[in-house]
Design a protein around this ligand. Sequence first.
Ligand SMILES: NC(=O)c1ccc[n+]([C@@H]2O[C@H](COP(=O)([O-])OP(=O)(O)OC[C@H]3O[C@@H](n4cnc5c(N)ncnc54)[C@H](O)[C@@H]3O)[C@@H](O)[C@H]2O)c1
Length: 452
Amino acid sequence: MSNKHYEILVVGAGSAGQSVAVAAAKAGKTVAIAEGRAYGGTCPLRGCDPKLVLHAAAETMYRLHRLSGKGFTRAPGFAWEDLMNWKRSFTEPIPEKSRQRMRESGVEVYQDYASFVDEHTLKIGGTTVRADTIILATGMRPAPLDIPGSEHLLTSDDFLDMPDLSAEMVIVGGGYIGTEIAHISQALGCQVTVVATGPTPLEKFDDDLADLLRQADEDRGMRYHLNSRVVAVKQAEDRFAVEIEDAGGQRTTVRTDRVIHCAGRIANTERLNLEGAGIETDEKGRIKVDRRLRTNLSHVYALGDCAGTGLPLTPVASHASAVLNDNLFFEGDRDLDYYPIPTVAFALPGMAAVGMTAEEVEGSGRNISTHFRVNTDWFHPRHLNASVSAFKVFVDDDKGVVVGAHLLGPDATELINLLYVAIRQKILIQDLQHMIFAYPTAASMVQSMVKA
Ligand SMILES: NC(=O)c1ccc[n+]([C@@H]2O[C@H](COP(=O)([O-])OP(=O)(O)OC[C@H]3O[C@@H](n4cnc5c(N)ncnc54)[C@H](O)[C@@H]3O)[C@@H](O)[C@H]2O)c1
């Protein structure tokens, strides 16, 4: 057992942890980073990036199907294995590249899980490490689903590495991950059944838009069990029998080839022995932090998905690491400043939101008008023959600015950034209307969306 001391120890080598380690080294600190799994973290290895590679193929197929009979006579052939190889060309170089980046920056690299021994000491494999300042950035993982037959469930990690695409799949959960996996799989030829606990999928998005998406999905053959949950999974020869219970207690069994568990994620804290150092967590199990990412111990910080602040999204972690790096290493004096956080679900077509929600508008007592419209007849969605397109934009009529935007439709995932800038910078609608937007682009729709 060897002993080491560093000024800074980072636990978790995802995007947040790596960013802090590099900044600390740049500031001349002695730094180490520990990671139990592959270097790189969720976003480039098991989340955003590989998902988007698959989504690009699915979106191409979706668009081709929508233009069938409008120039296209048949969809092209599709090989899942080739798509997986293409995806691996993105993911496989990440761990070694990340480790190399750490070493070149002067960060000492540990390949093992770290666990607290006391407030300043962690065990990393066979090494006892003492550190003056400790940064926790351990991310999240699928939450265990406590139902009979849970051993038959595959996770989103497994989905992103499947050897083939099943003919039929059941998706447990209609949140971000469930919806994205459902849309990718259905577009590429799988018969998908989604089991969602709420009255619509994507409950964290606008209800009206989520319901329009559900209708369009059902029209193209996706199946939904709403207000329902999966209560058991049984092996049925080489397939599975999925037991689904609705809110009234009525049970249905669906037979399928694979069952994908997308029913929520929890913070990766179980190997840290937080109790060993007396570090507090919130009711969701995320590490409690203040507006400067400090835990209840003044020398321990947490950021990224494992920390109880902001949404578990990569750009939120990037913002948090920028604030922490400034404050810790470059004499900054900044609080976190998230508002508003744009968020996107890569459905087909995409769903996106930024700023005030319908519930927030209703409870605000402010003079806010709602611009809600199904705009499948507008030129941009229409020339793509989109299955659905709609928007709900909230305008503060006293101030003349956009305060919330909810989009569903082709290119919604890009358009939302434009509305984010309008909200964040409080651009007057009057000024927005006087600007010249290139036409015909998706972005040019924004001027019509905010028109009274
Ligand atoms: N595009 C993106 O930005 C993106 C993509 C993926 C994940 N994420 C992030 O990851 C987080 C986690 O995503 P997620 O989709 O795992 O969680 P989620 O909380 O969005 O959805 C999980 C859903 O599963 C339901 N559920 C729980 N038990 C169930 C059961 N037995 N049967 C059926 N449904 C059940 C829950 O009620 C919930 O609606 C998100 O909050 C998001 O911030 C973001």
